[in-house]
Design a protein around this ligand. Sequence first.
Ligand code: NAD
Length: 269
Amino acid sequence: MTQAKVCFIGAGNMTRSIISGLVTHGYPSDLIHATNPSKGKLDALQQDFAIEVSHDNHAAAKAAEVIVLSVKPQLMASVCEDLSSLDLADKLIITIAAGIPASRYPVYFNQPIKLIRTMPNTPTQIGYGMTGIYADDSISAEHKAICETLMQSGGKVVWVDKEAELDQVIALAGSSPAYFYLFIESMIASGVNMGMAEDKARLLAEQAALGAAQMVIQNQQLSVTELRQNVMSKGGTTARAVETLQQGGLVELVDQAMTNCVARAQEMA
Ligand code: NAD
């Protein structure tokens, strides 16, 4: 594992998820520092993972080889400007913020920097995350490996060749857990409409979703279409349900939803 002294600026949900994964995978806690204005989150992190914590972004960033920017996008400019008096030439800066293009960070820091942009999703909290990563040609293989180690602690990673592809990562992985939640919600509601108890409907729907995802993952030799066709027999119950979804325009609707998601990401940049 490629290890470096890393400082997380902002100790909220994503930072906690990444640190939890790192420590679980054996990353030395004395190489991890997190900062936050409030004490509660820092105390909890220190207690749970024995990492260093402080309220001092400046000192923590100065001592670190890698700075992970993990505050909300609307606070990013002021947080970076506060650190702009530091010499950042030898440091790797990783941002997990949605929507802010890589070109804006050197402006915030008022100096050239080595930046990697990442786009994680919420299942990172439980080790099933999917993170897209973008770095330009100026970033060394060593820095890429450090970033990969950090982000892999919460799940899988995929490198994208162009920064614009991060918007597609948002549509496919960043936002998509909500699409699946909506589908599961709708199934539970329908089960309840048919008279089933909600807890039973939820158990049936959630286990089917988990089983379907595992079937896709564990049967890479089959296409997803083949997996679907394997559940359907002509004139049967599944065929009736799937045809209803297709005739209602589900495929076109998913395409439209993802296109709109990318457009919104572009508007926000
Ligand atoms: P969060 O609100 O849980 O955490 C942000 C933390 O930053 C808070 O604890 C806040 O107190 C702290 N903070 C505020 N000002 C600060 C300052 N000046 N110095 C240090 N810390 C400060 O947010 P989050 O969900 O962890 O998101 C963090 C970043 O991750 C965001 O930029 C978001 O776009 C990105 N992101 C989040 C998700 C997600 O699903 N939560 C997914 C992808 C990307």
